[in-house]
Design a protein around this ligand. Sequence first.
Ligand SMILES: [Fe+2]
Length: 291
Amino acid sequence: MTIITNPIPKFTCFELRPLTGSIGAEIVGIDLNAASDELIGNVHTALDHYHVLAIRDQSLDPAAFHEVARKFGPFSGNPIHTPLDGFDDLVRFTRSAEDRGPVVGEDWHMDLAWMENPPAITMLYGEEIPAVGGDTLFASLSAAYEGLSDAMRSLIHNLIGVHSGKGVYALNAAQKAFSVRASGHVADDIESQHPVVCCHPKTKRPHLYISGSLTRFVGMTEAESRPIIEFLKSHAQRLEFTCRLRWAPGTVTMWFNPCLMHAAINDYPGKRRVVLRTTVAGSPPMAAGGR
Ligand SMILES: [Fe+2]
């Protein structure tokens, strides 16, 4: 398949600082409280190209965060977490200084990849952030695809992945940082099929569609699938495909969920960290090349 390269537009209404050569950018000099449709459109375009954005120095309460998020699209739904009082589309994750053990999302994953229609965008707002620690890692599944040999691309081109929600509820229910819906256990029975090679809905840039939820390929056993899945996941984590995002209070971080895997870093014991989270609905992942 031909690699699609899209020229990156120049933005005049904010300063954009790329984080690495492959993924991610910081945006400074905007106030999302007063965002015009044009500004939101420009941020969305930047997201289409950089896939991860850290918008610095915002001052948002839950109502304002809700307002901003919904300018990017309708809520995707969240079958797992109990929403914040008064906001069906927001969840507050609170890691207290006393909490120990795993943090949610510390293994590489795509958010809700096992849903038939996974969120297009995940958005977080840092309410309380430790002075150091709690960074988020991102791996570009576009750069990872482009880093494969032609032979490997041919091998995986027509594969369909089976993604399972099994275990997601238990993982989340074990957390003190938030509460889960009583109905959340339905995730255990959800399986969705998605092409392994998809493309971004606007730029058409191809990307792998892989996550911790990928259990096998259609027509293959788990044992046959496992070596390919493990190779693709470890390949995607190569350092040249990643960025590491450092948080600050008031940072809005948003990412185009199907083009990435991400992981939370559990390195801030004894410190409190509070973020608001919402997700934006997308369309089902599109197979690259119009298959
Ligand atoms: Fe996540």
